[in-house]
Design a protein around this ligand. Structure first.
Ligand code: NAD
Ligand code: USQ
Length: 387
């Protein structure tokens, strides 16, 4: 299959590109390298040393004998998107290329506006180019479990059947996102759903949970192919960040009471889920939603797991309960469906103490690169800032 991976320089996109390439697909990537720029803006870095994009694809060719063509450009640039799709005529486009940090989107007005324009406009450009040039192409779009929020009923996969005043309908599941970033994903979902209805686009929205772990078989096969690992207070996500904190002897930062429960997924399953979606495309006109996570954890359970494994490695760490910088429920019901990818053949890698131990060892090996002053959360959800 000819596949374009947009956001192919990022944490999920790079391993997905390599995985699909190793499975015989003809893969290209498109990325404007903005994620590397945001590290410079914020003074943050990846725990693992990551190579320049050009070296990455060159080494992949040496290691695998397979070529990945890399396009450097911005999805909000309509000419770039149109010309790339026209040139490649892909059968599937995997859309990872968005600003994906909730805290980044809550820094101030300009970061909120940037996040929504970047994400919504980039995805619309892709939709229009696909709709006009390659209408049969399958758009595989990364959404987020955070679109649903934490309702007091079970979360379904995209749709809810409702009975109201004696009538029944199946409607998009209600959305209660928790940041301007998460809101951008809701806007994307609505736009794509409409394009499916209006133009007969075929699309799959992968509502992914928090991704943990770092390498896949392919990225681990050579140091130049290594994946990024975010641990700071803006881009770092729950489990990976906790491992970096424990390895550096810092406290594991539990926001509020830690009862916040989310869906989690190993990066090795992310790449497989995308392949499963690509191999089983949506029908023309279908807007399909899969919840892409493999298990639920509360923040406190994860923090305690990391603390326990860290202590078994003689690391001195403890839980640091911080006032929650976010506006979110800390105690709530949470039960989300995730059967559709399993039905297609996903065999989950569930989180084990061994995985946490490997992450801790990896963080220890890269300890010199950890900048502990970037651990603290520095964005307050409650304070609008008109900058
Ligand atoms: P990432 O920031 O590591 O990668 C995103 C990539 O997209 C970056 O390389 C960036 O340079 C690129 N990009 C951003 N805007 C662009 C634009 N306008 N034009 C071209 N390239 C652009 O993020 P990630 O963790 O790999 O996440 C990928 C996708 O998966 C995102 O859409 C995110 O919302 C979604 N997701 C991620 C997680 C997670 O835990 N990491 C969980 C659920 C969903
Ligand atoms: N949290 C802590 N301590 C920390 C960091 C986070 O308690 O040091 C808590 C947060 O308050 C939140 C939960 O952990 O309740 C998850 O936060 P996170 O930073 O790990 O993840 P989140 O902001 O939700 O965003 C990440 C990705 C995003 C993706 C989302 C999936 O950055 O791109 O969409 O996970 S989901 O959470 O399902 O919406």
């Amino acid at each position: 299959m000819r596949v374009l991976v947009a956001g192919g320089d990022g944490f999920c996109g790079w391993p997905t590109a390599l995985y699909l390439s190793s499975r015989g697909h003809d893969v290209s990537i498109a990325d404007n390298l903005s994620r590397r720029e945001w590290d410079r803006e914020l003074g943050t870095n990846s725990l693992t040393e990551i190579s320049e994009p050009g070296s990455r694809v060159a080494r992949w060719k040496e290691v695998s004998g397979r070529e990945i063509e890399a396009f450097v450009g911005d999805l909000t640039d309509e000419r770039f998107v149109y010309e790339t799709i026209e040139r490649l005529r892909p059968e599937a486009v995997v859309q990872f290329a968005e600003q994906r940090s909730a805290p980044y989107s809550m820094i101030d007005r300009s970061h909120a506006v940037f996040t929504q324009v970047n994400n919504v406009v980039g995805t619309m450009n892709l939709m229009f180019a696909i709709g006009e040039l390659v209408p049969d192409c399958h758009l595989i779009k990364l959404g987020t479990m955070g679109e649903y929020g934490t309702p007091n009923i079970d979360i379904e996969e995209g749709y809810l059947t409702v009975e109201y005043k004696g009538r029944t309908d199946t409607l998009p599941y209600p959305k209660q996102p928790g940041s301007f970033y998460h809101l951008s994903k809701v806007h994307d979902s609505h736009n794509i759903m409409f394009a499916c209805r209006a133009w007969g686009l075929r699309a799959t929205d992968l509502n992914q949970g928090v991704v943990y772990n770092v390498d896949t078989e392919e990225t681990a096969s050579d140091p130049v192919l290594r994946n990024r690992f975010d641990y700071d207070g803006i881009f770092g996500t729950a489990l990976n960040r906790f491992c970096a904190q424990a390895a550096s002897g810092s406290g594991i930062t539990v926001y509020g009471g830690g009862g916040q429960t989310r869906g989690f997924i190993d990066i090795r399953d992310t790449v497989r889920c995308v392949e499963l979606a690509a191999n089983h495309p949506a029908e023309r006109g279908e807007f399909r939603v899969f919840n892409q996570f493999t298990e639920q954890w509360s923040v406190l359970e994860l923090a305690q797991l990391v603390e326990r494994v860290a202590r078994s490695l003689d690391l001195q760490t403890e839980l640091a309960y911080l006032d929650n910088p976010r506006v979110e429920k800390e105690e709530h019901y949470y039960r989300a469906a995730n059967t559709r990818l399993i039905d297609l053949g996903l065999k989950p890698h569930l989180l084990t103490e061994e995985t946490v131990e490997r992450l801790l060892v990896m963080a220890l090996e890269n300890r010199a690169r950890i900048e502990p002053e970037t651990f603290a959360p520095r964005v307050d959800w409650r304070k609008p800032d008109y900058r």
